[in-house]
Design a protein around this ligand. Structure first.
Ligand code: DWN
Length: 399
């Protein structure tokens, strides 16, 4: 395959096997037509970008029934409020600045700008989540962002002081289109700010479940610097985040237009020390994924043998990779509890484990809970103190 960023010839270093759409929760009548593709990650030694080889067409992943709503976590609501306030304090200059967010989901971040009367626009391709954003007072355009959208928005609303994204950029194969759109939309000292699950954290934890259809890239600072350099952008700041199991916030501006923070040199050096630029790191990662799979399947079989009920906690997108890679089905996990109404009463993609409302977990607690929403561990542990104190056991593929 050709690298999506620099067109260098690259080869996947492993396969996770046949995968369905990660957020494609379905009913039994849809089982026979379920879409599958092979999930194969690859690393480009030229531009240092970690990416997946094949990705289903975007319309199959992001549509009016998209199953992920950012508001489902109280912790994430706090995070986005802090993110918005940080942008306001550090990066909004001039009178009446415009902020644009791509993939603004249900408006969880932009509502903080809306409440302060700051000019804002969300650009969100999934109509159902965009509608929720509008209900929260967030101006939202149902559209994919790219070169054309950047130009159109600049014409209609003027140039933006900040173009932001959270957990979105890594979903977009055409980063060149984003860079062109950012160039057309941002004013001369405007900033492009985005955060996504971080490659450094994924390699360190073997959190291979960050890899699924929607996540076409897992970024590092090294790769982000290479991606945007041809369009005249440079990294001016990097901030590690705890969200989504370890994320990075990247801040870019036109070269020379803003001072570069010491964090940039520091984190680039840290990434080299961790070997994120070396192919052997990914061979070790492949081995670590295989060991993690063996261990989880062994654990679940031991639970089954001991006659213990196991229930999954959080039907995350990430869990689709775990379940299908490890071939874990309803014989090992009775059901998965999830607070998202659109997932409830359906079955998980590929392995077809029932998804039930949270009440099903609370009313008849299992012996063991497999924590798929491990990135929300603190919030879940606070909520589930009674289960834990009563002897409920927690397991996770990362332990
Ligand atoms: O990039 C993406 C990230 C940011 O969000 C998307 N591609 C899709 C999504 O990924 P995810 O589904 O892995 O995200 P979460 O936030 O790990 O999903 C948590 C799931 O767990 C939700 O379905 C809600 C559920 N949940 C629950 O049932 N009880 C969550 C919490 C905190 C709970 O207490």
């Amino acid at each position: 395959m050709k690298c999506r960023i620099c067109s260098h010839e690259i080869t996947p270093f492993m396969t996770f096997g046949r995968m369905p759409i990660a957020n494609g929760f379905l009913t039994p009548k849809d089982f026979k037509d379920e879409y599958f593709f092979e999930l194969k990650p690859a690393f480009c030694t030229e531009c240092l970008t970690f990416q997946v080889e094949d990705q289903p067409p975007p319309e199959m992943m992001f549509h009016e029934n998209y199953a992920f709503f950012s508001r489902t976590s109280a912790h994430m609501q706090r995070h986005f409020k802090d993110y918005a306030e940080w942008v306001m304090e550090n990066h909004l200059r001039g009178a009446d600045p415009l902020v644009v967010e791509l993939g603004s989901n249900d408006g969880i971040m932009l509502e903080n700008f809306a409440k302060r009367g700051i000019r804002h626009l969300g650009v969100e391709p999934s109509a159902n989540v965009a509608e929720i954003a509008r209900q929260h007072g967030v101006n939202t355009l149902v559209r994919f962002f790219g070169a054309e959208a950047g130009t159109d928005i600049a014409k209609e609303y003027g140039h933006a002081a900040a173009l932001m994204a959270a957990n979105v950029m890594c979903h977009i194969p055409d980063i060149h289109g984003i860079a062109k759109g950012a160039d057309a939309l941002l004013c001369s000292d405007g900033v492009l700010i985005f955060e996504d699950p971080y490659l450094g954290a994924m390699i360190e934890k073997t959190s291979y479940d960050q890899i699924y259809d929607e996540h076409v890239y897992i970024f590092s600072a090294l790769s982000v610097a290479n991606m945007f350099a041809p369009y005249g952008f440079e990294l001016i700041d990097l901030l590690k985040q705890e969200t989504h199991g370890g994320s990075m916030r990247y801040v870019l501006a036109r070269k020379g237009s803003r001072p570069v923070a010491p964090s940039v040199e520091m984190i680039l050096a840290e990434e080299k020390a961790a070997g994120l630029h070396l192919p052997e790191t990914y061979e070790k990662f492949r081995q670590a994924c295989e060991s993690s799979k063996e261990r989880l399947v062994r654990l679940l079989n031991e639970e089954k043998k001991a006659g213990r009920r196991v229930i999954g906690y959080g039907a995350t997108s990430k869990s689709t990779t775990i379940l299908n890679y490890c071939k874990i089905g309803p014989d090992l996990i009775e059901f998965i509890s999830d607070t998202t109404p659109i997932k409830q009463g359906k079955f998980t993609p590929g392995m077809h484990i029932p998804v039930k409302p949270y009440e099903a977990f609370a009313e008849n607690p299992p012996d063991t809970a497999l924590l798929f929403a491990w990135n929300h561990k603190r919030e879940v542990m606070d909520k589930e103190r009674a289960f834990t104190l009563a002897g409920g056991k927690w397991i996770c593929h990362l332990d």
